[in-house]
Design a protein around this ligand. Sequence first.
Ligand code: ADP
Ligand code: MG
Length: 369
Amino acid sequence: MSEEKSTGSFLGADITLDHVSKDYGRGVYAVNDMDLKIEQGEFFSLLGSSGSGKSTTLKMLSGLEFPTKGHVYLGDEDITQVPANRRDIHTVFQNYALCPHMTVWDNVAYGPRGKKVPKAEVDARVNELLELVEMSEYKNVKPDALSGGQQQRIALARALVMRPKALLLDEPLGALDLKLRHHMQDVLRHIHNEVGITFVYVTHDQEEAFSMSDRVAVMDKGVLQQVAIPEELYAHPVSRFVADFVGSANIIDGTVAAMREPGLYEVAFPAFGTLVCPGVRGLAEGDAVCAVLRPQDIWLHGLADAEDKVRRKGIVVDRSFSGSFTRITFDAEGTRMTCLLTGNGNTGIGLTEVDVAWLSRDMWVVPAE
Ligand code: ADP
Ligand code: MG
């Protein structure tokens, strides 16, 4: 009756990066003045292209690298100079790093045995973790006999069996094919819910970051560009870079003609005239800007009359069907744009000229550069 949830023994902590920078000695910052707090229990992702400094950030959290400047805290403890093996933080990598000569059970038990955890406790923990990752029946098998997804589950169990306060995951699903990756995303979410500790997840895949995370940090050239919940990043990017990086976007150049109120502007677009659009705060009259318009916010035909409706003719230049969506590329007033229709885009089939419409309130204005 009073049985505790089997995983109630995990205790997480928040992570603070206090103006952390890393220079590998080449005079360039791989990570530049990163200032960030990751909450206890959060599923937090670092999203950026290759070389943007994601792995370097994780290494400074795990102790595999030390910052050139700044401090790292786990809860209230300053761990900046604490060696990796004395941090309550563990990492799962893309290559599973399992010992091929040991069984699954011994692989998972290896860490706690090395820490002289009593045998009964080791057995209980290994059982608990193998159950959590649904690999109990493979306990006597060697890693070679397992699929990539199964090996990654064992790698997860091996990290979690150490009862870390935070788990770091560096592109852990990168080696898996798409279908398995989607399945393992669900598995990871489930495990995160069960153990409740802080997860810091690194990926270059925007959809993966969005579908799994409570919050996402977009990085570029070692610099944090924006930290927000996925919906906010998508709808209200702070820059053209972020808008482009998180999903596809129509980017339409313009100039601020006037500010109506903070965050609401009259913008002169050479292609479409002057429209009233929301945008980032702090823009001023005369600023070169661009408006971000998501493909699914453009309608072919339809769209009930609204005061801020923009309606134009589009000349279709391309059409690609990808299963759930049809992407239609068209030119409107000399501007190349795309829209997204669900399914096979029946309404647009065979047409070379389409009526396109959108709402100026769906155009989000950011600085041009
Ligand atoms: P990401 O994980 O986002 O691909 P990294 O953190 O691995 O990015 O790398 C960021 C930058 O730091 C890159 O320019 C990379 O070449 C450089 N870098 C990474 N590790 C080292 C290292 N050990 N020595 C020198 N430069 C490094
Ligand atoms: Mg990396």
